[in-house]
Design a binder for this molecule. Structure first.
Ligand code: URA
Length: 436
C-alpha cells in the first residue's frame, strides 16, 4: 500500500476500503507511516468526512489494535457512560460508584484533559496516591470486589487511538464525527462493556458547539455502536456553561464528594445530570424496568450515602487515601486565591464554558500539550450560575492558583466569560434531546 494514494483518495472525496483502513492502522501503529503524512490524511478527513462503512471499519480495527479486556465471567450487567467532553464535567466521579451501588459492573476507561476540556483521569489523580494504570487482572479483581474500576488506556489497550488522538489534538483534527465515533467506541469495545450510555455535549464548551452537529455525532455513534454489538443510549446535553460550580481537578473531586454527601445545594445541575445518566444505565442494562423506577433506585443509593461509601472503596482500591471522603482538607490546596466580582448588577445570562475552560488552563489546571504538567489544586469556583441575580461588586468567582499560573490571562478570560443582563434569562434544560 502506498499511503500517499490514500491521502489523495480521501482528499478527492473517495471512500477507503476495509482492507485499506486495516493496513493503514497496522502501518501507523508499527511506525511505518510518519506523523506528517497521517496529519495530512486526518485533515483530508476533516474536510471530506468518513462514511458509515469507513467509520465502522475504523472503529473495529482500532478496537482490535491491541489487547481487549474480557469480563464475561462476571454475571452482572457491564455498563459504562462516556461524555464527549466538557468544562466542569465531573459526572463520572459520582456516577461510576453510584451505578455500581445500584448493581452495575462499571469498567470505565477514561481520558485526560486536553485544551479547554477536562479529563476524568486528571481529576482522579489529584487524589493523593490514586493510580489509574490498572492492568487487566487488577481491573477484573476490582470489578469482582466492588463493581467499579476507573483506569487509563494502557500501552496494550487500543494503541491506535492513543497515537491517533494525540496527533489529532495537535493538528486541530478532533471535531469530525467519524473520527470521534471511532475513538470513543473503540475504547469502549476494548474495555469489555456490554452497554453504553453516551452523553453528547453541545454548546460553547463542547467539541460540537451547534446542536445540529451534536445530533449528527449522536446518530453516528448510535449507528456504529449497534453495528459493533454494543447496546447504546444517547442523551444530548447542555454545555454552554460549566457543569456544577467548580472547574479544576481537586476542586471537582471536592464537589463530587459534596454532592454524594448530600450537599448539592449549589450543584443542582451536576446532581440532576448524574441521576439522569445513571438512570439511563440502569434501564439500558435491564436492572430497572422503567425510567421512574431507575431514578428512584439511583436517588436512594445517593441519599443513603452508599454511593459515597463506594467512592471511598474505589479510592482505597486504587491506592488513594479514602479518608478524603470525610475530610476534603486532605486534597491538594492552592496557596493563593483571587476573587472576581460582578462589574454591575443584573441576571447572569451566560458564563461561556469555553472561556472558563481556557481560564483554568491558564491557571495550570489543564494542558495545551500532552507533556504539560498540571497543578492539581488550581481552578475556578463559580459562586453564581446562569439565571442567578448578582449585585454590583458581589463575588461571582474565585480563582485558585499556585506559582505556575498566568493570573492575568486567566482573569481576562474569566471576565470575558460573564454576561449580565437586565432581563432574567430563560431556564436551561440540561437534557436537550434523546437520540435517536
Ligand atoms: N473523546 C474521545 O475519547 N475521543 C475523541 O475523539 C473525542 C472525545
Amino acid at each position: 500500500m502506498v499511503f500517499l494514494d490514500l491521502i489523495e483518495k480521501k482528499r478527492d472525496g473517495g471512500e477507503l476500503s476495509a482492507t485499506e483502513i486495516d493496513e493503514m492502522i497496522g502501518l501507523y501503529i508499527g511506525g511505518d507511516i510518519a506523523d506528517y503524512q497521517m496529519s495530512s490524511f486526518l485533515m483530508a478527513v476533516m474536510w471530506r468526512g468518513l462514511t458509515n462503512a469507513e467509520t465502522a471499519t475504523l472503529t473495529q480495527t482500532m478496537a482490535e489494535s491491541g489487547a481487549r479486556f474480557d469480563f464475561s465471567n462476571l454475571l452482572e450487567p457491564k455498563v459504562d457512560k462516556h461524555s464527549t467532553g466538557g468544562v466542569g464535567d465531573k459526572v463520572s466521579l459520582l456516577l461510576a460508584p453510584l451505578a455500581a451501588t445500584c448493581g452495575c459492573i462499571v469498567p470505565m476507561i477514561s481520558g485526560r484533559g486536553l485544551g479547554h476540556t477536562g479529563g476524568t483521569l486528571d481529576k482522579l489523580e489529584s487524589i493523593p496516591g490514586f493510580r489509574v494504570d490498572l492492568g487487566h487482572d487488577e481491573f477484573r479483581k476490582q470489578l469482582e470486589a466492588i463493581g467499579v474500576a476507573m483506569g487509563s488506556q494502557t500501552k496494550e489497550l487500543v494503541p491506535a487511538d492513543r497515537k491517533l488522538y494525540e496527533l489529532r489534538s495537535l493538528t486541530a483534527t478532533i471535531p469530525e464525527t467519524g473520527l470521534i465515533t471511532a475513538s470513543i467506541l473503540s475504547k469502549k469495545i476494548a474495555e469489555g462493556t456490554e452497554s453504553l450510555v453516551l452523553d453528547v455535549k453541545t454548546g460553547s464548551g463542547a467539541f460540537m458547539q451547534r446542536l445540529d452537529d451534536a445530533r449528527q455525532l449522536a446518530d453516528r455513534l448510535h449507528q456504529i455502536a449497534i453495528l459493533s454489538g454494543l447496546l447504546c443510549s444517547i442523551l444530548i446535553t447542555e454545555m454552554d456553561q460549566p457543569l456544577g460550580c467548580t472547574v479544576g481537578n481537586s476542586l471537582e473531586v471536592r464537589e463530587a464528594i459534596a454532592v454524594l454527601s448530600g450537599d448539592a445545594e449549589r450543584s443542582t445541575d451536576l446532581k440532576e445530570l448524574t441521576l439522569e445518566l445513571t438512570t439511563e444505565m440502569l434501564v439500558l442494562s435491564g436492572l430497572s424496568e422503567s425510567h421512574p423506577h431507575g431514578l428512584r433506585l439511583a436517588q436512594q443509593a445517593l441519599d443513603s450515602g452508599k454511593a459515597l461509601e463506594r467512592l471511598g472503596e474505589l479510592i482505597e482500591a486504587q491506592g488513594g487515601n479514602p479518608r478524603i471522603i470525610d475530610n476534603i482538607g486532605l486534597l491538594p490546596q492552592s496557596p493563593h486565591t483571587t476573587v472576581v466580582t460582578a462589574p454591575y448588577e443584573g441576571w447572569v445570562a451566560c458564563i461561556d464554558a469555553r472561556l472558563i475552560g481556557d481560564a483554568t488552563v491558564a491557571l495550570g489546571a489543564g494542558r495545551t500539550q500532552r507533556s504539560d504538567s498540571l497543578d492539581p489544586a488550581a481552578g475556578i469556583e463559580l459562586h453564581a450560575k446562569c439565571g442567578q441575580w448578582v449585585s454590583h461588586n458581589e463575588p461571582w468567582a474565585t480563582l485558585y492558583h499556585g506559582p505556575g499560573a498566568d493570573l492575568e490571562r486567566a482573569t481576562m478570560k474569566l471576565k470575558a466569560a460573564l454576561s449580565i443582563s437586565p432581563d432574567k434569562p430563560a431556564a436551561i434544560h440540561l437534557v436537550k434531546e434523546r437520540r435517536p
